[in-house]
Design a binder for this molecule. Structure first.
Ligand code: SF4
Ligand code: SF4
Length: 423
């Protein structure tokens, strides 16, 4: 798709600002009513989903050009997709898709992405990961007690963040897989970035190259099923890859597999973990993980200013994301009490790290993480649980900067704590 495919949509934005907040019926307090971290932090309409659509439309119609100021606005967005869910309640537009296409246009024109993004894209080119770490170090997290089965058609796609920065999540994921008797292997030094950091900042060409390379590798290695512990990898492999490349693989997130293992009695949490926790929904495991179906029908005016879609437009309102699996797992851990935050499921507030924001706008990323931490603290819980190494990094940074008493846990770590012999 290109910006031109969104012409009608960009013209339809009525500047109502509903994309700045969670839908009214879901609001529980003014304090936690926003959905868009960008508008909340920068407080100027251009920094909202609707504002960026106006910008995209103006560029598409040749009324403006890319400038450093405009790029700054364009990239101060975590690609969390919250604006899209809120707009769909009223006007059914897709601001997050438009923002992505505007980023693609920025890259294709040579204006984008930002220098920080270019730097990590170069690292992905050279080292196959955005951290610039050597491939040989990718499986360094693997410990002797973790059992791999080199004949399995299931791989644990570790992802760059878990492999190089959040090794504890890679280890606990592998250990819960072992505990449930799930046979799996890893690609080790041959694993490469899923392409998410490159795709999200608009380098679609390079991202598609990475997708093709990964698909080829999966086929060569006889992979049939891919397990991820990262919401970003899950989103790319499950939702974005099928938009650009042929893809026959089953993709599951570890939270879904844990739910299955529990229901089949393959893991039995018996040890008490006495703790009140709250759960953070990663945007890319939740609202953004529904399949994207490009719409090719028509908008028909049936009465004055009353429109309908012919044929009916497929709904993509975030409700079909992965929300129940992690919650159902938490509820089966003895002693764990789950207390929900105000913004949950498709109305969840972003952790603040995505869309290239953590690298280019660290202060904004930290502020957003701090907002989410304050919402978590308001529940009275002692722990904040999630299922994404990238969310983990930003939320941990925010907990530290706020000197919060809360602790962050990956879901797999809590499950391990609840198993006999698992620490
Ligand atoms: S993008 Fe949608 S919700 Fe936002 S201002 Fe435009 S019409 Fe309103
Ligand atoms: S994707 Fe998220 S940060 Fe970006 S404009 Fe939409 S709600 Fe705001």
């Amino acid at each position: 798709m290109t910006l031109g495919d969104f012409e009608e949509m960009m013209d339809s934005c009525v500047r109502c600002s509903k994309c700045k907040f969670i839908p009214q019926i879901q609001i529980k307090s003014k304090r936690f009513s926003h959905i868009c971290p960008s508008i909340e932090y920068y407080n100027f309409h251009a920094y909202s989903g609707g504002g960026r659509m106006i910008m995209a439309n103006a560029l598409h119609r040749g009324r403006i050009e890319f400038t450093p100021e405009m790029l700054e606005v364009l990239y101060s967005c975590t690609n969390c997709g919250g604006c899209e869910i809120s707009c769909k309640w009223v006007y059914d537009l897709e601001p997050n898709e438009v923002i992505h296409e505007l980023r693609v246009a920025a890259v294709e024109s040579g204006a984008g992405p930002l220098p920080k993004h270019k730097k990590y894209i170069d690292l992905v080119d050279r080292n196959q990961n955005p951290y610039g770490e050597p491939s040989e170090k990718r499986p360094a997290w693997l410990e002797d007690d973790i059992e791999l089965d080199e004949n399995s058609s299931t791989i644990f796609f570790v992802g760059c963040t878990a492999a190089y920065r959040r090794e504890e999540i890679a280890k606990s994921t592998a250990r819960v897989l072992n505990a449930g008797g799930e046979k799996f292997r890893i690609l080790g030094t041959d694993e490469v970035c899923c392409g998410s950091p490159v795709y999200r900042v608009g380098d679609k060409t390079k991202a598609i190259e990475i997708m093709k390379r990964n698909i080829e590798l999966f086929r060569e290695r006889g992979v049939e099923r891919i397990v991820t512990s990262c919401a970003g990898c899950f989103n790319m492999l499950k939702t974005e890859y099928p938009r650009y490349v042929e893809h026959e693989f089953e993709v599951v997130h570890i939270s879904q597999l844990l739910e299955t293992m529990l229901s089949e009695g393959r893991i039995k949490p018996t040890r008490e973990v006495p703790m009140k926790v709250t759960y953070h929904d990663p945007c890319h495991l939740g609202r953004m993980s529904e399949p994207y179906e490009p719409y090719e029908g028509e908008k028909i005016e049936i009465l004055s200013q009353v429109y309908m879609w012919d044929p009916p437009k497929p709904e993509r309102r975030g409700a079909g994301g992965v929300y129940d699996a992690p919650r159902n797992v938490l509820k089966q851990i003895p002693g764990v009490e789950l207390i929900e935050m105000e913004r949950i499921r498709e109305y969840s507030y972003c952790c603040g790290a995505g869309g290239g924001v953590k690298s280019a706008f660290p202060a904004f990323a930290l502020w957003t993480g701090g907002e989410r931490v304050q919402e978590a603290e308001a529940t009275g819980a002692e722990g904040i649980v999630s299922v994404c190494p990238f969310c983990s990094t930003n939320i941990r940074d925010a907990l530290k900067s706020r000197e919060s008493k809360m602790e962050y846990y990956d879901l797999t770590e809590l499950v391990l704590l609840s198993l006999e012999g698992g620490d």
